[in-house]
Design a protein around this ligand. Structure first.
Ligand SMILES: NC(=O)c1ccc[n+]([C@@H]2O[C@H](COP(=O)([O-])OP(=O)(O)OC[C@H]3O[C@@H](n4cnc5c(N)ncnc54)[C@H](O)[C@@H]3O)[C@@H](O)[C@H]2O)c1
Length: 435
């Protein structure tokens, strides 16, 4: 009886995650025990879980990149996880690239215990690392086995954050850089730059109210990125993302180093919220839920495509209206609850860490990485648009336009309604960068 129940647990876990054998080898998700921490009993990797087609039990080396002395711990672990991926060889939906795509449920791949080697080889810089997002994000990145060097930069003193983190017995080397004169050094040989620098919203402020301060901060930082690590992936978190990403693009163009495939507005928090709220509302296992969120990253420009939720689930009109509103206003919910003490920081750090880990996996050769992000795009008439993108070693490999097909009337209206505001925010950013 006990044995049966254990088997059932394992099967449940196995159905909750997926990777292919190839992915498992390439991505080196788990650490060998002696690599992560000589004394610790567990380790885990941040980021979303890739998806494959084979199943197996979770041994010492499992596909979340988690290792525990007892397997029972795994039953409680949900992980930072993008649940579904898009299979370019399937025939259910077509993308603008002519590929047919489908979203498939997660499965898990068999791996031999202790056969996965980790090469912590990527260099990550966090600009604004002393802040509300920057600190927990730095901690999560410090836990990634794929990161060899973690550079923390801020105009505020970031030495203490770096000293604190450097005591964690995980592989990456942490260095601190404070003030503009140290920024060029911070950016040398960096693979991914994450930008959460700026001021957060206060109650009553919209993301656009932040524009004047954060636009200048992003401009200055991206100029330094262009000068010092022009080939790096750039993850823009600073709001309003709908404007700061176009600003970054213009600055990079002015510097002659713009590569649209490597510039991302981080909208992962919208997906994370959508998955959480839908799973609560429909009583679904959180780990199985995946809702694409498209458009932009402010108010009505955030458009969750509930009709494309995986696993398939039906919603009443009232539920669609309520969930859409809650996802669009998730940031305001936190801003008001914090009552003047800032905006979402912990959930944002989680979301940014998930997006970062996905990009690290892509850089490491994983050929099956999909995330929603605000990128240069041709899926609509707007020059930038958030949608699912396939990420590879060189950045965006494909923008998945198929999600815009077969929308419900509610979603079609939402899409049309967001275009004016999003266009305005994009133009505002472009004008700022070129004034
Ligand atoms: N993309 C999203 O989903 C999302 C979600 C939440 C918050 N945000 C945005 O993230 C940003 C940061 O939020 P927070 O709560 O961490 O704010 P915070 O004020 O706690 O931290 C911001 C940090 O940036 C630093 N900073 C300011 N100017 C800088 C500069 N020129 N160079 C380097 N560092 C600089 C500050 O010293 C501070 O440490 C805000 O713009 C906020 O609106 C985005």
């Amino acid at each position: 009886m006990i044995q049966k129940s254990e088997e059932k647990k394992k099967t449940t876990i196995a159905s909750q995650a997926s990777v292919t054998n190839r992915e498992t080898r390439q991505m080196k998700w788990s650490l060998e025990r002696n690599q992560m921490a000589a004394t610790s009993s567990s380790s885990f990797s941040i980021g979303s879980i890739p998806h494959g087609s084979k199943t197996c039990s979770l041994g010492q080396s499992n596909n979340h990149g988690i290792k525990f002395n007892s397997r029972n711990h795994l039953n409680n672990f949900t992980g930072l996880k993008a649940v579904t991926s898009i299979n370019p060889n399937s025939n259910s939906k077509s993308s603008i690239f002519g590929n047919n795509i489908t979203v498939r449920p997660a499965t898990i791949t068999k791996t031999r215990p202790n056969t996965i080697k980790v090469t912590a080889s990527f260099k990550v810089a966090i600009l604004g690392a002393a802040g509300g997002i920057g600190q927990p994000l730095s901690l999560l990145v410090k836990m990634s086995p794929l990161v060899s060097d973690l550079h923390l930069y801020d105009i505020a003193n970031v030495k203490g954050v770096a000293a604190d983190l450097s005591h964690c017995n995980t592989p990456s080397k942490v260095r601190d850089f404070t003030g503009a004169t140290e920024l060029p050094n911070c950016l040398q040989d960096i693979d991914i730059v994450v930008i959460p620098a700026g001021v957060p919203r206060k109650p009553g402020m919209t993301r656009d109210d932040l524009f004047n301060i954060n636009a200048s901060i992003v401009k200055t930082l991206v100029e330094a990125v262009a000068d010092n690590c022009p080939n790096a992936f750039i993850h823009v978190i600073s709001n309003p993302v709908n404007s700061t990403v176009p600003i970054a693009a213009e600055i990079l163009k002015q510097k002659g180093v713009y590569n649209p495939k490597k510039l991302f507005g981080v909208t992962t928090l919208d997906v994370v919220r959508a998955n959480t709220f839908v799973s609560q509302k429909k009583n679904l296992k959180l780990i199985d839920v995946d809702v694409p969120v498209i458009g932009g990253h402010a108010g009505i420009t955030i458009l969750p495509l509930l009709s494309k939720t995986k696993p398939r689930v039906s919603f009443s009109d009232e539920e669609v209206a309520e969930l859409t509103g809650r996802i669009q206003n998730g940031g305001t919910e936190v801003v008001e609850a914090k009552a003047g003490a800032g905006s979402a920081t912990l959930s944002m750090a989680y979301a940014a860490a998930r997006f970062l880990e996905s990009c690290l996996r892509a850089l490491d050769g994983d050929g099956d990485v999909y995330e929603c992000a605000f990128v240069e795009s041709e899926v609509t008439e707007l020059p930038f648009f958030a949608s699912r993108v396939k990420i590879g070693k060189d950045g965006v490999e494909a923008v998945i336009g198929g999600d815009l097909e077969g929308l419900t009337e509610f979603e079609k209206k939402g899409l049309e309604a967001l275009k004016g505001e999003l266009q305005g925010s994009i133009e505002k950013g472009v004008a700022f960068a070129n004034k």
